[in-house]
Ligand binder design. Structure first.
Ligand code: IVH
Length: 673
């Protein structure tokens, strides 16, 4: 049945309203009233009508949420009012000092606060003009952020139009946090692991990575949410307190976290903090503290701000996440260099959204110092993204059945001898063909700074080894002759196999520096590999260098020289290099002609993510032109290259007056240089 244009217009209007109401019920109120299938049916009907009657298309239609075409770059957006950041407190005393300061500045003896969870996501600003969502941006450096409107539109808890049961303000800038729920983060990482893609370290990075996607259809597939907690500039609407703000925003369809408390005084805010600390594990999203804000906006005016921090708010951070559990066993892992690392196998325990089952114990000395025994109850902690560690044993819970740990005399993987060199804390397996070392060596060879074989992670290396497809590194280059067997690996399939083989093919052309690094010679990291490549110019020259010659390289001392020298004297290593070349690996030995170019002697620091380069490509590009890369900013730094989500290095660069380059400017410089 074909509708007349007028009928279509009416039906389109009706569908849009219904769908947005369902979005609101589901994503803001958390109370869906129809099934997913019914919802999809409405959306499909709307899509069809909009296609049949393109004259009624509208940027605020719910169909526009699915994702606009990819962009090549984000535009920058200047915030009309700066987006400030919060000062942190780590103890009750610091919070009380904050309260005392506010009281003094406001000349009152009691201050009312609003306490809210501190959401661990990324801050954004939404701009509504006459009730229509027209612009959305990231916080950026607080002054300017990136235009991520198309991506924000894919988040269903963000209204494309404000709800109209109140007068619509001329302009409303709303601020809040975009985040990913812990469960969705876990699922996303699971899928990425299967696809051989790099994992996100935590939900915050996953949310940031998803929102700062040039292709909005990818953002649309990630389940992101937003909580609003602040406003920027407003015209035609005024708020007088945080409480009023938090009560009003939802009436416009803007989602506010229902967990907050109006506190008569600082003691009540501290009480809220303690409750939140207890509850944080139950929440589906990550919080890293509590934000305590002065409720009354007139008082906020009075107390003002210092150096980008409002004096009317403070973030009281939670301590590192800790848990107690039992050490079921202590096992030993063997690394690429044969190093044995003791690892505690724990009774699984939830900690900060993930189930922790292992914690590193570093080495025997560390275990002895902390006196950690098998069977002990222990306190473990995770600070930020890092691997959990054992803080201390809970001695009072010992039964006497706990057993001290000693390093095995034989390698747990191959059974060969284990030695501890004088002056070293680590024990090592002496067998250079130990399978554990092989696995780690392949992973190292395939890593970003070396052959950079995308998708070849731990899981596939293990599978390839177990299936007997790879017994040494050169076997990687023979995998294409064993395509059928490769495709038969569990969960591999034709597509993944093809991607993997392509990535391996691509890695055949490799610079001398990367190749040297990829060999995994003890003590030779990326930087040293670079110096060796520059000094020796060819692999043959390096392979035949004497220890004395090696010692002439800047930064090479006796231990390193000895390590490199003996690596190349070992017939097994020479054989491996021969086989790699036979398999078609081409080592690009020429050193860049840019060496003495415009960038010679300059120092670069990178911060944030670049869109068109991987970090290692960008570093290689500047090194090839004779410049150095450093990890920290000082007065000696010549350029700081700021990608997406730059870190504190950018602030430091600005403070020191160091030249900051955007990715585009960096590209130009590289092309000129
Ligand atoms: S209020 C300056 N409230 O914390 C006042 N911020 O360091 C504006 N954040 O960039 C922020 N939860 O990303 C506020 N309930 C909350 C918050 C919150 C998380 C983040 C936000 C901001 C950072 C400030």
């Amino acid at each position: 049945m074909k509708l007349s244009p007028e009928e279509a217009r009416r039906r389109i209007e009706e569908l849009r309203e219904q769908i947005e109401q369902h979005n609101y019920n589901y994503f803001v109120l958390n109370q869906p009233t129809i099934s997913d299938a019914e919802y999809d049916k409405l959306l499909r009907e709307l899509q069809t009508l909009e296609e049949q009657f393109p004259q009624f298309k509208s940027p605020t239609s719910p169909t526009q949420r699915v994702g606009a075409p990819p962009q090549t770059q984000f535009k920058t957006v200047r915030h009309s009012l700066p987006m400030l950041s919060l000062a942190n407190a780590f103890s009750d005393d610091e919070v009380r000092e904050f309260d005392a300061r506010v009281k003094k500045l406001a000349e009152r003896d009691q201050i009312e606060y609003v306490a809210e969870p501190k959401f661990d996501g990324l801050a954004v600003e939404l701009v509504y003009e006459d009730g229509v969502f027209v612009l959305g941006s990231t916080r950026g450096d607080g002054e300017t952020g990136e235009d991520v409107t198309a991506n924000l539109k894919t988040i269903k808890s963000i209204p494309l139009k404000l709800r109209t049961d109140l007068p619509i303000p001329k302009r409303l800038e709303v601020r809040g946090e975009v985040y990913m729920e812990i469960e969705d983060f876990r699922k996303l990482n699971e899928a990425r692991e299967e696809a051989g893609e790099p994992l996100f370290a935590n939900p915050r990075n996953a949310a940031a990575g998803s929102l700062r996607q040039l292709d909005p259809t990818i953002t649309a597939q990630r389940r992101l949410h937003m909580f609003c907690y602040d406003v920027g500039q407003t015209v035609g609407i005024e708020f007088h307190s945080q409480e009023e703000l938090l009560e009003t925003l939802p009436r416009y369809g803007l989602r506010v976290c229902p967990i907050y408390r109006v506190c008569k005084n600082i003691d009540e805010a501290l009480e809220f903090y303690r409750e939140m600390q207890e509850r944080r594990e139950e929440l589906p999203y990550e919080t890293d503290g509590v934000v305590i804000k002065v409720n009354d906006f007139r008082i906020r005016e009075m107390v003002g701000e210092v150096s980008r921090n409002p004096r009317w708010a403070i973030a009281y951070k939670f301590p590192p996440k800790q848990a107690t559990t039992r050490v079921k066993d202590i096992i030993v892992q063997v690394g690429r260099t044969g190093k044995l690392t003791p690892v505690a196998v724990l009774e699984p325990v939830p900690l900060g959204g993930v189930t922790v089952q292992h914690a590193t114990l570093h080495n025997q000395d560390e275990i002895d110092k902390k006196d950690i025994r098998i069977g002990d109850w222990v306190l473990i902690q995770r600070a930020g993204d890092v691997i959990p560690e054992v803080v201390q044993p809970i001695v009072s819970r010992r039964t006497g059945a706990e057993k001290p740990f000693t390093m095995p005399e034989r390698c747990p993987v191959c059974g060969d001898r284990v030695i501890r060199l004088p002056d070293e804390v680590d024990y090592r397996c002496v067998n250079i063909s130990c399978p554990a070392r092989l696995k780690e060596s392949i992973l190292h060879y395939a890593s970003k700074g070396a052959a950079d074989i995308e998708g070849l992670g731990e899981r596939w290396v293990e599978a390839l080894m177990n299936a007997g497809l790879v017994k040494e590194i050169p076997d990687l280059y023979r995998l294409k002759e064993r395509l059928l067997e490769l495709m038969r690996l569990e969960r591999m399939g034709a597509k993944l196999a093809e991607n993997l083989l392509n990535a391996i093919e691509k890695s055949k052309k490799i610079s001398l520096a990367r190749f040297i690094y990829g060999l995994g010679i003890r003590h030779v990291g990326e930087h040293l590999a670079e110096l060796l490549a520059q000094r020796f110019r060819s692999l043959e020259a390096l392979m035949s260098a004497s220890e004395e010659e090696l010692l002439t390289v800047e930064e090479v001392g006796p231990t390193v020289a000895q390590s490199i020298f003996s690596f190349f004297r070992d017939e097994r290593n020479r054989e491996m290099i021969r086989k790699l070349r036979e398999a078609g690996v081409q080592i690009i030995e020429e050193i860049s002609p840019h060496k003495a170019g415009a960038l010679a002697g300059k120092t670069f620091v990178f911060t944030g993510t670049l869109k068109h380069f991987t970090r290692s490509q960008a570093e290689a590009a500047v090194k090839a032109r004779g410049a150095r890369v450093s990890s920290s900013v000082s007065r000696k730094t010549d350029y700081v290259v700021a990608g997406e989500e730059p870190g504190s290095k950018l602030e430091r660069a600005r403070a020191l007056g160091v030249t900051v380059l955007s990715e585009e400017e960096f590209r130009q410089l590289i092309e000129e240089g």
